[in-house]
Write a protein that binds this ligand. Structure first.
Ligand code: ACO
Length: 320
């Protein structure tokens, strides 16, 4: 039994914010952002929320997979920006789409979240507990940015990506995952005030803080090793991979990973130019764009890889 992705969907907010738009509200430029990151514009949520974008992405994935709400056994949302602590985004999706039979919960593995959700769904499907799962990465990162920190806020965007997975004879061949909690504070968001009356000096709310150079070093050293481990586990040669769908953090990270793997850059599709970095949503949104643009053909072999906050990372080898 393998876990097969049988449909994808995504949803981005309406509002496009270009680098030039940002340069009107902070001391930055299109030249600085484009040359260091590859990002040209991103979508930022005004009316939309993590839940509303997730619900729309889910509906599109269900339509793409031709799966009804009643067929969904499991809903997992990977997010660091759920609208509420409770109810979870996954429970909000369940209610909105009418997936009454589903078990629904959220997970937090930051930019690796979609890969972790996929591996959890795979474990349930392999056990035979469930047959069909809806998995998402969804973020409203604009809510938790420090908009006075130009080195960080220009990198991120908002959106949601979804996939329907089902037990099948082909699909997920192998995966590799890891976490390095000891190095976690290089990318942090301590965004909660303690409301305990026994605590005398509650800390102020803090937004996303990143040591960009440390994150860069982590990504370019960890991701190639993780991808190679997943390929070894799958028994697949790197030359046989058609596409590498990586977390869309930064074009320089993707170029460095391609170089270390000795794989041509044109095997690394890009969405960061128009989406920015959407943490857990990056990989499923990219996958949906590839799917809808006709890039993915049955039998193709694809690598998915996520990396980021935690620190965490995950790679998967998939037969489409
Ligand atoms: N516009 C203009 N100037 C800026 C901006 C900006 N938006 N941001 C920073 N600068 C300035 C700084 O003030 C500094 O100026 P100074 O030399 O006069 O002091 C100069 O640019 C260099 O700043 P650095 O922070 O050192 O910039 P760096 O070259 O490291 O680039 C970047 C920053 C792009 C974030 C880089 O560290 C990087 O690529 N990191 C990878 C991490 C990443 O992409 N993380 C994404 C999120 S994490 C994840 O998803 C895994």
């Amino acid at each position: 039994m393998r876990t097969k992705i049988i449909g994808t969907g995504s949803c981005l907010p309406q509002t496009v914010v270009t680098n030039d738009d940002l340069s009107k509200i902070m001391d930055t430029s299109d030249e600085w952002i484009s040359s260091r990151t590859g990002i040209k514009e991103r979508r930022l949520a005004k009316e939309e929320t993590t839940a509303t974008m997730s619900i729309e992405a889910s509906r599109r994935a269900m339509e793409n997979a031709n799966v009804s709400a009643q067929e969904i056994d499991l809903i997992i949302v990977a997010t660091v920006t759920s609208d509420h602590i409770t109810p979870s985004t996954s429970c909000e999706i369940q209610a909105a789409i009418g997936a009454d039979r589903a078990v629904a919960f959220d997970i937090n593995a930051a930019c690796s979240g979609f890969l972790f959700a996929l591996s959890i769904a795979d474990a349930y499907l392999k056990l035979g507990t469930f047959k069909t799962a809806l998995i998402l990465g969804a973020e409203t990162l604009s809510r938790i940015m420090d908009w006075s920190d130009r080195s960080t806020c220009v990198l991120f965007g908002d959106g949601a990506g979804a996939a329907i997975v089902r037990a099948d004879s082909a699909g997920l061949l192998a995966y590799d995952q890891g976490s390095a909690g000891a190095r976690g504070m290089v990318l942090s968001c301590l965004n909660r005030r303690n409301n305990n009356p026994l605590v005398k000096n509650p800390t102020d709310i803090q937004y996303v803080h990143m040591d960009g150079q440390e994150v860069y070093k982590f990504a370019v050293t960890t991701v190639p090793v993780s991808i190679k481990k997943a390929l070894d586990e799958a028994g697949v040669n790197i030359e046989d991979i058609d596409y590498f769908a990586l977390h869309q953090a930064n074009i320089r990270i993707i170029q460095a990973v391609a170089k270390r793997l000795k794989v041509p850059e044109d095997k690394f599709p890009i969405s960061l130019d128009h989406c920015g970095n959407i943490s857990a949503a990056s990989v499923p949104i990219l996958l949906d764009e590839m799917n809808r643009n006709g890039l993915l053909k049955p039998g193709m072999k694809i690598v998915l890889a996520g990396f980021g906050g935690g620190l965490t990372w995950g790679s998967a080898v998939i037969e489409w």
